[in-house]
Every structure is written in C-alpha cells, then in structure tokens.
Design a protein around this ligand. Structure first.
Ligand code: FES
Length: 110
C-alpha cells in the first residue's frame, strides 16, 4: 500500500493509503477530499488541481504539455501544482504529501 497525506484547506492532515495503480484523484475522492474531477481524467477541466509538497514534486514524472496548459487555467496554481488525475500511485510515492488548494471554484470566499 502507498501512504498519502492529504492536507485540507483548513490545514487538517488526513493520512490514507491506496493501492499502487490508483489515481491520486480517485484516492482523494474516496476519502472525501473536495476534488471534483469533472472530466474524469481527460485533462479538460482543472477541478482536480492539487499542490504537491516541494520535496515530493521533483520525484513525480514530469507533467505533459497538456497538463501544464490545463494547470494554467486552475485557480491558486503554485510551482508544485499538478492535476491529481494524472498522478498514479507507485511504491516510490509512499509518504507523499498533497495539499488541497484553497481557491477552488466550489469554495467561495477563500
Ligand atoms: Fe479533469 Fe483532471 S479530472 S483535468
């Protein structure tokens, strides 16, 4: 199992585990994280945007050009932003920390 720590918009840490091969988007959704994932991984929305802890960001396979283009449209993007539908859990990612961005479309006033 791969351990993932989600950090919610109010700073709560939520440790969960997932099977290798699971997409980060699906894992987050399964644990109640507010990731809409409207296009279900087609890179046609940016509602699955997450912010990866800097230590972990460099260990992920690089984002494709399409992912970068879509991230440009996401609210609250940072240097270590990724689309969670494009990240698949592997044993190498055991312990990864992932923050849910505060400025998502469905959360007003943050
Ligand atoms: Fe739409 Fe990830 S679910 S881009």
């Amino acid at each position: 199992m791969v351990r993932v720590c989600f950090v919610t918009t109010d700073g709560r840490r939520c440790d969960v585990t997932g099977q290798p091969g699971t997409r980060l988007l699906e894992l987050g959704q399964a644990h109640g994280m507010p990731l809409e994932g409207t296009c279900e991984g087609q890179m046609a929305c940016s509602t699955c945007h997450v912010v990866i802890a800097p230590d972990w960001f460099d260990r992920l396979p690089a984002a494709s050009d399409d992912e970068e283009d879509m991230l440009d449209l996401a609210a609250g993007v940072t240097r270590t932003s990724r689309l969670s539908c494009q990240i698949t859990l592997t044993d190498d990612l055991d312990g990864i920390e992932v923050r849910i961005p505060g400025e998502s479309r469905d959360m007003q006033g943050r």
